[in-house]
Design a protein around this ligand. Structure first.
Ligand SMILES: Nc1ncnc2c1ncn2[C@@H]1O[C@H](COP(=O)(O)OP(=O)(O)O)[C@@H](O)[C@H]1O
Ligand SMILES: [Mg+2]
Length: 238
């Protein structure tokens, strides 16, 4: 079982959006997938409740209940057959909470928005995460996604510079589009929207999936991922 966590202490940067989108990608690629929601607001679990039973089934694991110690092992692991667990996390995760969550993940994706406020919060968060990475015996797969990018202006370049400084990969850049809220409201992921409206966005997910598949045994992959060279992203964002 591979556990992919979407993590950033800053609220509103796209953790739930990215967690639900990833769950759709994995389940539609034939992986038995569970979504574990550690946020007391339960946005991921609410999204799952809106999801039509006709869509490929993603199992729900209530991480908040798990943390309270009332969850049985099948809830924690999503059943023996679960291959991928996507973990959504709340805002404000620091200190002991961050340490607890960090140890539950195999891969960690950090969304960040190109704004000065988000970048300042990100620097603090990365400082804390960096210390954990150094102390950790098992190397984690950690990458960053720039989210809601309208233009590659000064704030976007500040993200690139910060990533270079801390030595983390900028895995992809997602544009700011209402497609994500449309998908969220319908219990769907970007990969399940009509190709006419989502083709541009799907391209932005190819490098994310490629990066994740570096540590996940591939299985029945229906995606035809175009090879991307490091540091070059699809050009939908100017
Ligand atoms: N790439 C995007 N383009 C447009 N809206 C987005 C994008 N990513 C997230 N959003 C919107 O931003 C808001 C916060 O996103 P959310 O995933 O709930 O963040 P978090 O879980 O980190 O608090 C939501 O309304 C969501 O629909
Ligand atoms: Mg959330």
């Amino acid at each position: 079982m591979h556990k992919i966590m979407v993590l950033n202490a800053k609220g509103g940067c796209g953790k739930t959006t990215i967690a639900t989108t990833l769950a759709c990608y994995f389940v539609s690629n034939g992986y038995s997938t569970a979504l574990m929601d550690f946020d007391p607001q339960q946005s991921s679990n609410r999204w799952l409740k809106v999801r039509s039973p006709e869509q490929p089934r993603i199992k729900a694991i209530d991480g908040a209940r798990h943390q309270a110690g009332v969850t049985r092992s099948w809830q924690l692991h999503g059943g023996d057959e679960t291959e991928i667990v996507i973990i959504d996390t709340p805002a404000g995760v620091t200190g002991g909470k961050l340490v607890d969550l960090y140890h539950k993940a195999d891969s960690i994706l950090i969304p960040v928005m190109p704004s000065i406020i988000d970048l300042q919060a990100m620097e603090l968060f990365l400082g804390e995460l960096g210390r954990l990475l150094k102390q950790s015996q098992h190397r984690k797969h950690v990458g960053v996604i720039a989210n809601r990018v309208r233009m590659k202006g000064r704030s976007y370049h500040a993200i690139e510079e910060l990533m270079e400084e801390v030595g983390l990969p900028l895995v992809s850049v997602l544009r700011d589009t209402q497609n994500y809220s449309i998908a969220m409201e319908s219990g769907l992921g970007i990969c399940e929207l009509k190709p006419g409206i989502s083709a541009k966005d799907k391209k932005h997910w190819d490098p994310i999936l490629e990066w994740l598949f570096q540590t996940i045994p591939s299985k029945q992959r229906k995606l035809d991922l175009a090879p991307t060279s490091p540091g070059r992203w699809p050009s939908a964002v100017a």
